[in-house]
Design a protein around this ligand. Structure first.
Ligand SMILES: [Zn+2]
Length: 378
């Protein structure tokens, strides 16, 4: 990538793309071995690649405290959610080896800080609830009692779940620069894309150079549609309905936190690191159940100055096909009533698909619906 091209894309959060990969140091096997949870493994990989720039490791107390209270890192930069490593007790040495669930060492952490934390307060501030029925709160309340902060060096990366879609921030940035894109909109999704989401992404794409469809493939709750099925949906949809030279599809390795508004900011900052200048925020982004108001994930962006966030959120309404308009629309663009709108509840869609029936073409592309029907048969 030339210097000129690099300047054309948005700068990473904090100004520089972090790279915390490095060679395997001597004596790793003699260090205390610390197995990470699935979410912590996702975070570790994102620390390695700079997806969480400017973070260079799991958060020490000062960053953690200020993030929880003020949505800022200690140095003042906006940051929405803790990126922490929970342990049973402070380690003995000043280095520990971080391993996957099978005990294979992946990284070394230089212990900077080990501190107790207040789960209730973190839940209240970050999730806006302490209800244990909330999946993010349940995970937090089940965590070990200390956080371990410090710089990480990752010498062994986990095999990505979708190797053909595995692009690190440096890779997406190269891909955008090669295509000559400067303004790129990122789309976060953890669901199959139906017509409504296709519409949002295309409306956004009308005003920028390129689109990054960036499905989250880290851990989700068990009733979300499996990542493999979703990935196949994106593949068939993009192949048939998007111009190939305007879209990049890649996997976002993060685990879902279900923190709603704060996660919307966090998702936006991560996509800035991947090179996106814009980010789509729909209704109830990263929400779960009815813990968050419909527009909370959009309103929270008002708490930050636009120039300190850098990436620009693009807010969208719920979209639908309107028979009277004869096209996709939203409450912002359609004057007609609900009778003209093709709307199916999530429950209704699942019923149809489970029966092997295609939802109306105004709601779902048949190619996408076929993938979903096939997944129900397995
Ligand atoms: Zn209409």
């Amino acid at each position: 990538m030339t210097v000129v091209e690099q300047q054309a894309l948005i700068a990473p959060h904090g100004g520089k793309l972090v790279d915390r990969t490095g060679p395997r140091p001597e004596g790793v096997d003699r260090l205390e071995q610390l197995p990470l949870t699935s979410r912590e493994l996702s975070d570790l990989d994102m620390l390695a690649t700079g997806a969480l720039s400017p973070l260079q490791g799991f958060m020490s107390r000062h960053d953690y405290e200020r993030v929880v209270e003020e949505m800022r890192l200690e140095r003042g930069l906006p940051w929405a959610l803790p990126v922490c490593l929970a342990v049973a007790r402070p380690p003995q040495g000043d280095q520990v080896a971080l391993t996957d669930e099978s005990g294979r060492p992946l990284a070394v952490l230089e212990v900077d800080d080990a501190y107790e934390y207040d789960r209730e307060r973190e839940a209240e501030r970050c999730f806006r609830t302490t209800d244990e029925a909330h999946p993010g709160v349940a995970r937090l309340f089940g965590q070990k009692p200390f956080y371990l902060g410090g710089l990480v060096t990752v010498f062994e990366r986990q095999e990505p779940p979708f190797p053909e879609l595995a692009l690190d921030p440096a890779d997406t940035r190269s891909a955008f620069a090669e295509r000559g894109w400067r303004r790129v909109v990122g789309f976060q999704t953890r669901n199959p894309i139906h017509r409504a989401h296709e519409y949002l992404t295309k409306v956004a794409l009308e005003t920028v150079d390129g689109l990054l469809i960036h499905p989250l493939v880290g851990e989700t709750k068990s009733d979300d549609v499996p990542a493999a099925t979703r990935v196949e949906c994106y593949r068939v949809l993009v192949e048939d309905y998007y111009p190939a030279d305007r879209v990049v599809v890649s996997a976002f390795p993060a685990a879902m936190r279900y923190a709603g508004p704060r996660e919307a900011i966090w998702h936006a900052i991560c996509r800035k690191n991947y090179g996106c200048s814009h980010f789509i925020v729909g209704r109830d982004h990263a929400g779960v159940g009815d813990y968050y108001g419909t527009y909370d994930a959009q309103l929270i962006f008002d708490e930050l100055e636009a120039d300190e966030l850098g990436i620009e959120p693009m807010f969208f309404e719920h979209a639908f096909f309107c028979r009277a308009c004869g096209q996709m629309a939203s409450p912002k663009t359609c004057p007609h009533g609900g009778d003209d709108h093709v709307f199916l509840s999530g429950t209704k869609v699942r019923e149809l698909l489970a029966e092997g029936e295609l939802p109306p073409a105004e709601f779902s592309r048949p190619e996408v619906a076929e993938v979903l029907i096939a997944s129900y048969r397995d």
